[in-house]
Design a protein around this ligand. Structure first.
Ligand code: SF4
Length: 128
């Protein structure tokens, strides 16, 4: 497929510490940890929406506009169909320890750290 000019996630390897926080937020499965660094494994899986950026504790992630394979819904569907729990580590709420199978999780920043909070604990976080 021919490349197009579009927005896509960029990862600065110098800043990436390999924590893996960005892997689960990517519903399309575009990011993996390879040799201790996050990588966009297939351009066609990255929609360039940037939901992963907010969970990076080091500022290694950004959006750039460059020549890339077009985003492909078909490639995402193929990835989703072969995805199993064994392919990813379940994220947990920092407050109650519920995992993402028990309640939806949202990424947030708390006292300088990137954490996950479940929708059940979110109201208490907001209102104290
Ligand atoms: S969240 Fe940031 S530091 Fe952690 S693996 Fe992803 S790019 Fe690297």
């Amino acid at each position: 497929m021919s490349k197009i000019n579009r927005q896509i996630v960029s990862i600065d390897e110098e800043l990436c510490n390999g924590c893996g926080n960005c892997v689960a937020p990517c519903a399309e499965g575009a990011i993996k940890i390879v040799d201790g660094k996050a990588k966009v494994i297939k351009e066609e899986l990255c929609d360039g929406a940037g939901f992963c950026l907010g969970v990076c504790p080091t500022g290694a992630m950004s959006l750039e506009t460059r020549e890339a394979e077009p985003f492909s819904e078909a490639a995402v569907e193929a990835f989703q169909s072969q995805k199993t729990a064994a392919h990813f580590e379940l994220q947990k709420c920092f407050s109650c320890d519920r995992d993402e199978m028990a309640a939806p999780l949202l990424a947030c920043r708390k006292q300088g750290n990137s954490v996950w909070v479940c929708t059940k604990c979110l109201p208490a976080l907001i209102h104290g």
